[in-house]
Design a protein around this ligand. Structure first.
Ligand code: GLA
Length: 387
């Protein structure tokens, strides 16, 4: 991908204007899946793949965005852009402009954007949220508006929910705003507070891309799962009205009233309730540097994601099973929304190279697919870049 200086030069050449530059990372989630729209806990980290945006203001009311990755551009009056979805990459930056305008921020003068990124697409590493947050930082920076990070995260989530049409939670946008180098971020999604969990220096986050594409746009399995959870929640609330979200419910509640739910709702709710407990235990394990315990919790989380949430797929299960056989691997699980994408693996640093090699060979032999495998450190959240 282009360096920031190359991107600035490209932007200048296209628009004849000196840009400002912004970067936003992707993310990987260590543990805590599908808990972020039930007021629960998650533990993601920003990764060192990112979206870079060069931006300059316009005066003609147009939004001109050039995607280097897709080698495409859109050029539309803002008013037109914000009424119809294009069902393409441009919906993510457009959705953010839509959400800014909804917050009564004046975006009518228009902007020129050059966008490039290396977050793998459709891999469950939040390439979409990365583009959203980079766009929000870029537009707010250009307008000179200082907005709290949690508000930027909420704004980008709103763009994805209401404009793109994926009913996602807050995790991705939040960690992309608040990530910190060499730290995982334990987020309490009810209160939007977070604590940093330093990643021990002798461990690596290895991400294995199954190459089975996962997509959240238009919802698909994601929205169905969410609806199943809401149906289950509704039943619990009839008995215990003080339950505002599944975070407030217990396994005991499920034992008493789960029989009134569909089998699917019961399983989805059980996943969420047990996953919240696992995240809290995982934070303690990390704090006491007990990586073996952390890895066990990752494993339990995967089984719950696979069996109760039913959002894994055969290729991902092959990756997890292979990882569990490798020396130095503490834990492995499907990360992100599910239905394909990547596994996240916590691996002892001195075994990371051998682990990567064994995963390549084993996965190719089992599936005929060449996995992409990335070793990432936890990285910083979105920021301006000076060139
Ligand atoms: C996607 C969503 C998040 C979260 C995860 C599952 O990444 O964007 O809000 O729900 O799936 O944990």
């Amino acid at each position: 991908m282009q360096t920031p200086a190359e991107l600035a030069a490209l932007h200048k050449q296209t628009f004849n204007a000196a840009p400002k530059l912004y970067a936003a990372p992707g993310r990987v989630n260590l543990i805590g899946e599908h808990t972020d729209y039930s007021g629960g806990f998650v533990m993601p980290a920003a990764i060192d793949f990112s979206t870079l945006i060069a931006i300059s203001p316009r005066t003609d009311g147009h939004f001109f965005a050039h995607s280097v990755n897709f080698n495409e551009h859109i050029d539309k009056p803002i008013s037109e852009l914000l009424t119809v979805r294009a069902k393409s990459w441009s919906d993510y930056p457009a959705g953010v402009l839509w959400a800014l305008r909804e917050k009564s921020i004046d975006v009518s003068a228009g902007f020129s954007l050059t966008i490039v990124g290396n977050v793998p697409l459709g891999a469950g590493l939040s390439s979409s949220a990365s583009v959203e947050v980079a766009t929000a930082f870029a537009v707010l920076g250009t307008l000179g508006i200082d907005m709290p990070l949690s508000e930027i995260a909420l704004l980008c989530q709103r763009a994805e929910n209401a404009f793109v049409g994926a009913n996602v939670g807050i995790m991705d946008q939040f960690v992309i705003c608040c990530g910190k180098q060499d730290n995982a971020v334990m987020i309490d999604t009810r209160f939007l507070t977070y604590t940093l969990a330093p990643i021990p220096p002798d461990v690596r986050i290895v991400i294995c891309n199954s190459m089975v594409k996962h997509t959240l746009a238009d919802g698909g399995g994601y929205n169905t799962r969410r609806a199943e959870i809401e149906a289950g929640l509704h039943i619990l609330q009839q008995h215990r009205p003080e339950i505002v979200a599944l975070r407030d419910a217990t396994l005991d509640d499920l034992a008493r009233w789960g029989s009134e739910m569909s089998e699917q709702s019961l399983r989805r709710c059980r996943h969420v309730i047990t996953e919240d407990d696992r995240v809290l235990a995982a934070v303690l394990a990390f704090q006491s540097k007990d990586l073996t315990r952390f890895g066990e919790l990752m494993h339990q989380a995967h089984l719950s994601f696979r069996d109760d949430f039913e959002a894994s797929c055969p290729e991902i299960d092959i990756l997890v099973n292979l990882a569990n056989k490798q020396t130095g691997c503490y834990g492995a699980r499907l990360t992100g929304g599910g239905f394909g994408g990547c596994t996240v693996n916590l691996v002892a640093a001195d075994h990371a190279a051998a682990f990567t090699k064994a995963m390549h060979v084993g996965y190719l032999n089992a599936t005929g697919i060449t996995a992409e495998i990335y070793t990432s450190r936890a990285s910083a959240g979105a920021h301006a870049i000076s060139v």
